[in-house]
Design a protein. Structure first.
Length: 481
């Protein structure tokens, strides 16, 4: 079975968020069960520079080019091929100096034009693959709004009948912008389901178009697949969700498949970033040694230690975490907060830490090295997200024998069994989070119960193996339909 996975990021070549881990891991998991899965992403300038530094341990090679009509002229697309490190799994990079070199933030319409261009390039690249690589994909797996126009372009512009799966990793990122992008793609207004139905129609919802035109739609956890119909009734995307639900048979309903993690990367037995490597046989010594060195490096005392790892964004619920801790009088534990993002939230965290310099450490940065050290050296990780489509940090934490304390939402709810391998609390509830923190501290004192929970956490399997089989079953169902 030939599967082409397309996204705007893929680890280790380029990572913006959790989607990068997904695109970098799923092809390898599918390959293990006999599928020929390949990926295609933009060839950003930063990726080209990292290749030149031999950062990835593999080389890239230009294997061809083609041109596409976009707007008023033709644009040249370069095709580069490489392989995921230590595998024979191909990944392709599409290059164009104007549209596909830049990877940073930009205005919403420029961003939409960029990924409309990429979607069009991917669709023409499929034709190039069939002709030049003698490889015909049987299904195109698209991810988030950045590639959500692929199903529309394949069907309405190029008249290519290949099944498409659109996986939604975060429904709040929709790609809303000017309808002018349709002129750039030379697609008629009547062929899309636009965001606004007033006169004149002025805006397109790119993710919405993907939801309407993809053969199937999935999300990254079963609970999130339900929540998107419950929590988005005032969101512009609900129009597309409701319309798809009404127009499709039950067999084509939106489903959720929980993400996995790559244990070749996230494994304390081989982790080069942590102070001391360990496995489930000697994890108690390993945790203690890592904790000692971590706290020493941050000038914190040896006591129960919580951490927060994530973006400084409203979604992640740091405001709830700070309020919950403030409600615990004379708290006697450490809290280490690692992340970066919105300046307002960063300032709130720094101010909070300054009030408790011997208990709270604010690490305002995206620091992969420190993240690994926190997983290995902390007792608990707090995940107070207002919503969490899947979440990977709770899975990583469990592998490192760090118990998650998390909101009961999305993939957190699907991966944590309350009281067994972690703790769940009512989302958006400061009293519930405060109570959960106190409960964890109580269990921490009960060494036998605490060790049992740690053992349960370590043994919970979040490898991609199970998820890959579920995707394979879904692919087969779509191809054979």
């Amino acid at each position: 079975m030939n599967i082409l996975i397309t996204a705007h990021e893929a680890v280790p070549f380029y990572k913006w968020g959790g989607l990068g881990d997904f695109t970098g891991s799923l092809p390898k998991a599918l390959s293990k069960i006999g599928l020929d899965a390949r990926a295609v992403i933009p060839f950003y300038q930063i990726v080209r520079e990292e290749f030149n530094k031999n950062k990835f341990g593999v080389k890239e090679e230009k294997i061809g080019e083609f041109s596409i009509h976009f707007g008023q002229g033709r644009e040249q697309i370069g095709i580069y091929k490489s392989y995921f490190p230590k595998t024979n799994i191909p990944i392709y990079f599409l290059s164009n100096k104007f549209f596909l070199s830049y990877s940073g933030p930009r205005g919403k319409n420029k961003k939409i034009d960029q990924f409309a261009f990429f979607a069009l390039a991917v669709c023409h690249f499929i034709q190039w693959l069939i002709k030049n690589e003698m490889w015909k994909p049987q299904l195109i797996h698209c991810n988030d709004w950045h590639t959500a126009l692929v199903p529309l372009i394949l069907r309405k512009k190029l008249n290519i009948n290949i099944p498409t799966l659109l996986t939604i990793h975060n429904l709040n990122h929709q790609g809303r912008g000017s309808l002018k992008v349709l002129d750039l793609l030379d697609i008629k207004d009547k062929e899309v389901k636009t965001l606004r139905r007033g006169k004149p129609v002025t805006e397109i919802n790119v993710l919405g178009e993907g939801i309407m035109h993809a053969t199937r739609v999935s999300t990254v956890s079963p609970t999130y697949a339900k929540e998107i119909f419950e929590n988005y009734d005032r969101n512009p995307i609900c129009y597309f969700l409701d319309k798809r639900k009404k127009e499709r048979v039950k067999k084509d309903e939106i489903i959720g498949i929980l993400n996995g993690i790559d244990y070749e990367v996230w494994n304390p037995k081989v982790d080069k970033f942590i102070f001391h490597q360990y496995d489930e046989e000697n994890f108690e010594d390993g945790k203690r040694n890592n904790k000692e060195d971590l706290l020493k490096s941050l000038t914190l005392e040896y006591k129960p230690t919580f951490c927060f790892i994530g973006r400084m964004a409203n979604q992640k619920g740091i405001d709830f975490l700070i309020k919950a801790v403030n409600k615990i009088k004379n708290f006697d534990f450490n809290l280490i907060i690692l992340g970066s993002g919105r300046h307002r939230i960063e300032k709130t965290v720094v101010d909070f830490a300054s009030r408790y310099p011997r208990k709270v450490s604010a690490q305002i940065a995206y620091n992969e090295d420190m993240a690994h050290k926190l997983y290995a050296g902390c007792d608990f990780i707090i995940i107070p997200s207002h919503y969490e489509p899947c979440g990977l940090i709770q899975m990583v934490a469990m592998k490192y024998a760090t118990l998650p304390v998390a909101s009961e939402t999305g993939g957190l709810k699907d991966s944590i069994v309350d009281g067994k391998n972690g703790f769940l609390f009512e989302k958006n509830s400061v009293p519930s989070l405060t109570k959960a923190i106190k409960e964890t501290l109580s269990i921490f004192k009960n060494k036998k119960q605490f060790k049992n929970m740690l053992m349960n956490a370590i043994k919970t399997d979040f490898s991609w193996d199970k998820s890959a089989i579920l995707y394979k079953n879904l692919y087969e169902d779509m191809i054979n339909k």
